[in-house]
Design a binder for this molecule. Structure first.
Ligand code: SF4
Length: 348
């Protein structure tokens, strides 16, 4: 039996039409699912019993199951969710000044295996369906409502487990519900997709206007990128990636975000800052620097604060728009993949 969370609005409209019901029924059901976060057909009180019974006979309405919630001292909230029976995924709520940003997973594990990433270490199990991606938002929104949290959820970033552009058909379908005013209703400015750069889907996403783009560079030259992110670097070389980014359509004040994790002794000296400045000089972009958050399972260390500040200062002096991002939720293993790895090593 299909999960109704996996249906697009046109699919639901067609199904409603096949039942011989009035078209407005599709809108009613859609709003119960996405605006009200309802997970039980019997609670859809403005639908008559015959319609509710038919829905029950035809669909599941399955939200992810909350397996564990962790709260960090800095306000970060991490959820471990079970989807599709046995698969565990993570999603994180990051507190900002006046809202939460939610970090979404798009795959169970990740096939790219970047050498500095906990998710990469766990390998790849499968792609998430659009309903499983969107279910993460419903789970977090429901939790915030129940706990009367002080901040609203306003921003979404595809920056959790997995490479979203390797699951583009399901991510695209999820983005349509995210943007739909009768659906989850997030504007494109409040939705960001972070990718290592998968050329075909990258162009399709940029042309779709469905959200802002963040690109994980993490290295200023192809050789170092191939060491840190071997599979990502083999999908497209760094010079080719920059050329693709140069040609993407941007709205008037839109900029591409470039993510660069500073790893101690690996990519954090001024030589690297100089190379980075050079390769991005043709892009309308801003640079997010983030100090690597060490994990005992990974062979890297954090950069010194002195190196981080020098790197930032160098780019700033070259008139780059640069931001130093803080790692949040360090006390609850909020980096992507850490909590799931721990849960798996403990067993169910
Ligand atoms: S950094 Fe992103 S693309 Fe690389 S292994 Fe981790 S989740 Fe996958």
């Amino acid at each position: 039996m299909p999960n109704l969370l996996d249906y697009s609005y046109p699919q639901l409209q067609q199904w409603v039409e096949e039942q011989g019901w009035k078209p407005f029924r599709a809108r009613q059901i859609w709003q119960w699912i996405w605006r009200k976060g309802c997970d039980n057909f019997s609670r859809m009180s403005d639908l008559n019993k015959r319609i509710r019974t038919r829905l029950q006979e035809s669909f599941r309405l399955e939200h992810p199951e909350l397996r564990e919630i962790r709260h960090s001292e800095d306000g970060t909230i991490k959820f471990l969710l079970r989807v599709g029976g046995d698969d565990l995924i993570e999603t994180v709520l990051i507190p900002e000044e006046d809202h939460y940003t939610q970090c979404l997973s798009s795959q169970v594990g990740c096939p790219l295996g970047c050498t500095f990433c906990s998710t990469g270490r766990m390998g790849f199990t499968r792609n998430l369906s659009s309903g499983e991606i969107l279910g993460q938002v419903l789970a977090a929104r429901g939790y915030l409502a129940r706990s009367e949290a002080p901040l609203p959820l306003r921003n979404l970033v595809f920056m959790g487990m997995g490479e979203p552009l390797l699951n583009w058909p399901q991510v695209r379908k999820a983005l349509q519900v995210i943007r739909d005013q009768q659906g989850l209703d997030f504007s494109y400015r409040r939705t960001t997709l972070s990718t290592v750069g998968v050329p075909g889907p990258l162009r399709r996403f940029a042309h779709s206007g469905q959200g802002s783009l963040a690109v994980s560079l993490h290295a200023p030259n192809q050789e170092l990128r191939a060491r840190l992110m071997p599979k990502a670097a083999s999908l497209v070389s760094l010079p080719q990636l920059i050329r693709i980014l140069e040609e993407l359509p941007l709205r008037p004040r839109q900029r591409i975000t470039l993510e660069y994790a500073l790893i101690g002794g690996v990519n954090d000296d001024l030589k690297h800052a100089g190379q980075l400045n050079k390769i991005i000089s043709s892009l309308r972009c801003k640079v997010n620097l983030i100090a690597f958050n060490p994990d005992q399972e990974l062979p890297y260390r954090a950069p010194s604060m002195e190196r981080v500040l020098q790197f930032e200062e160098f780019l700033r002096k070259k008139d780059k728009s640069v931001f130093l991002r803080k790692s949040k939720g360090l006390d609850i293993e909020a980096a992507c993949g850490q909590l799931r790895n721990k849960a798996l090593s403990k067993g169910p």
